[in-house]
Design a protein around this ligand. Sequence first.
Ligand code: BGC
Length: 903
Amino acid sequence: MKALSIIVIQLFFFCILAFSSPFVTDLVCEYHTNPIGIDVAKPRFSWQIKTSKENFKQIAYEIRVGKNIDNKTIKTIIWSSGKIASDQSVNVEYEGEPLNSMQRAYWQVRIWDNDNKVSDWSEPAFWEMGILDTNLWSAKWICRPGLNNKIGQVNYFRREFTITKKIKSARVYATSLGIYQLFMNGKKISNDLFTPGWTAYEERLQYQTYDVTDVVEDANSIGVILGEGWYSGPLGRNEIRNNYGDSPAALVQLVINYTDGSSSTIISDENWKASNGPIIESTFYDGETYDARLEDENWANKGFDDSQWQKASILDHRYDILVASQGVPVKAIEEIAPIEIITTPNGETVLDMGQNMVGWIRVKVSGKKGDKVTMRFAELLDKEGNFYVENLCSAAATDVYILNGEAEEVYEPHFTYHGFRYVDVSEYPGEVKIENFTGVVIHSDMKATGSFVCSDSLINKLQSNIIWSQKGNFFDIPTDCPQRNERLGWTGDAQIFAATAAYNYDVSAFFTKWLKDLAVEQYSDGRLPNIVPNIMNGSRSSAAWSDVCIILPWTIYQVYNDKRILEEQYESMKSWVEYMRKRAGDKCLWIGDNHFGDWMAFASTQPDYPGATTDKDLIATAYYYYSTYLLSKIAKVLQKDEDATTYSILSQEIKKAFNLEFVTTNGRLMSNTQTAYALALSFGLLPDSLLSKSSNFLAQDVEKLKHLTTGFVGTPLLCKALSDNGYKDLAYMVLMRKEYPSWLYPITKGATTIWERWDGIKPDGSLQSPRNNSLNHYAYGAIGEWLYSYVAGLKIDPENPGYKHIIFDPQVGGGLTFARSEFYSMYGKIKSEWKINENRITYSLDIPPNTTGTVKLPKMDPNEIVLNSVPLSKKRNIEFVETPNNLVVKLGSGSYQITSPLN
Ligand code: BGC
């Protein structure tokens, strides 16, 4: 017994010791864990440090990279950084010789802490290059001969091959003009969906790399199913087809390395066979029809008789557009069960998923050959409770499955997806039972990084709705909506939601990919299309929409300390500002152009108050200022000193012009709207002398109306502008309001996602005009940033990006008794929580190793504050300063509880 207790005690101390000696973990390369098939010559490494030691700082690091690995030890070193005195642990560049195509390298790190103690080497990680030289593509583009352009057509391709040697590794590099699924030896090779994703196909087409070492056998079959997707399928409000070409094609190159050092390559070429199959028709908007009677599930297996198939044709298409995948693949991420089967007054049998979701239904069914299941998808039941599809416009959103009559059949679609809460099931053979239907939730597979929760259940529901709208619309590109015949990469929506998005999920790789397309799609005069990828020729450039080219890279830099994105997007940003400069002329006022304005702002029916319309010239000039100001900051970060000065001077001139044109000497704005004030205050457009007067005008408006009036442009800024200028209580008032217009009103009407309009369903239960009435539009969800960073107080320090230094500035209020933000930064988990208990408030904070934090508390006597059970005034090693309004405490890494009287 005694011996056992000694072992337990020893184990206990061992654990403490083990954890207190820091270790390096969570190694990522270019934001991915062990990526294969990348094409970045100088990949960047990031790591996290785990330790229970407080005030932990990395003072140096060493990285080594080798060609091989033997029992967790890296061999054949090709680059070693040596010991570098630096606290950088995020996005450290590889500086060795660039790797060759398809080469893999292993890397590991060790670090020194602030006691100059060195850690063990981390577990090794790796990255592997893709095909870097166009000439290395020997595969040919294959397509279906003749009949290649029937709407929604899906083609099947296959071939067989044998190998005779012992295999060491095998990779398949694949892509398509269209969207594809790849099979080998009867198995689907990956659970990625809608590959190769949507890019500016004329210039950039991603290929995917899959490790198929374990799939290749002596005799093999390889097959591809190819749908039209974004390449040639109908897109946009006018459902234009063939936006990029009229002949979908596939490109497959399988590289097999043998243990004897040799290799062979199997390519798509005229030796492949082509046919159609059971997918009769599949398009994004209209859905999929699948006839299981035409199914031969062996088509992707070896030994299948393809003598009736045609010989594949070869398409002449470019290879120099091929780029490695950089984004995050779309996948089926979770499953939900319907909560109820409803019979509507019209007699429809409707499944209620309980959640407005994006994806499809997997259905189980038994019946006779030729029986059918038809599923129509909708977001809404109308006032009478009937299935409502008007707001999908002309998207038919219907999946049809025709049975082959075998035992139990299970079907899910391939090349379509829907935005829906309700599913109208008809023609189902037998009884429609809940257990036969599963909602498959599909989106880009981003890592969840943030959570916000507080003591108010409606606000928590709002946060949940924001998350669901992000999931539903981060679908390879940031889309506006997932249900109607649109689903496009509207730039303005992404711009206003970016900061919130980056709290909820890791959007680094997702946006890195999209921003490349944005730059590619930019017109030579600097104008940007309003949707990216751009399928609308000659589209105008709207203020607040096109500014995404500056605001989004800046956000990514802020959240992930990613300087490279600033470098890579710099020319795009600069030419956008130069375009605005031309439009604005010497007067520095951007007047008269055609913009979307404060899209979807509050509209009133009162004759004496027509609603909140903010002058478009004011918005355009405000954004012209803000983008120019950010560009000057970005130039400074990139040490482009001349540009930094030029754009700083230009921004000052715009500011002057803005004030002369749009602001009275008394601080009133030409448009007396909340959006106008929110813009001027948040962008720093007003002189100090007018701040209190202008913010007072804003406050008066909010107080008079008791609600927000903002559209897409003002919504992300309103609460910030109020709370930054002493009107925190009004910010909470608009947040907490439950009547129209407000964030919570839709929740009182049963919303489970964010709506496009404040009154998608009107107070009387009737519905808004069907043309623009998406119930799943993340734009108004931009309030999420304020919840994370003001309510719970977890903020980025713009001068120390990437959360290297964290600002904790909770704004206690709104009758809440508790709020908590958690965020998994590149350094590890950050927490900012406050809880009121009787007359005291407790702040709980987590600051990850290798970062520091500053806590802004309300002004109070330091003797009254207890930090980790000891009065603050007695904590020798904790620095604190008293400012006119705050008590500011500086903390190193660690977990802290601060308790103070509630004042
Ligand atoms: C989209 C928006 C977009 C807008 C442009 C709409 O059809 O759904 O979200 O930003 O057009 O004003």
